[in-house]
Design a binder for this molecule. Structure first.
Ligand code: ZN
Length: 102
């Protein structure tokens, strides 16, 4: 799976690949690889939630990519990393919860 945009990538025919912390990540475009290479921690963080050897079709993965992108937006606006992460998690949780609770 492309950790940047969350699209599925065929590991046999990836458009681009990058190795980080002894794990290989595949990307559906060179732009996604460039984004990953620029801030790998931002994307690996959500990918690491999935246990090693776990399924590749984890629903949390998709939310993880979305959270990473929200988190990145906060960081771009100068929020401290911890705050950006907390805010992003809260937003994603609200978005994917049928009955949103404040
Ligand atoms: Zn992508």
């Amino acid at each position: 799976m492309d950790p940047v945009c969350g699209l599925r990538v065929d590991p046999e025919h990836p458009v681009a690949a990058s190795t980080y912390r002894a794990r290989t990540y595949y990307f559906h475009s060179a732009a996604c690889k460039a984004e990953f290479d620029a801030h790998p921690d931002q994307f690996v963080h959500s990918a690491d939630v999935v246990p090693a050897g776990g399924t590749t079709e984890e629903p949390g993965d998709r939310y993880g990519a979305q959270r990473a992108s929200i988190e990145a937006t906060y960081l771009e606006h100068g929020a401290p990393p911890e705050e950006a992460h907390r805010n992003a998690e809260a937003i994603v949780e609200k978005l994917h919860r049928p009955r949103g609770r404040a």
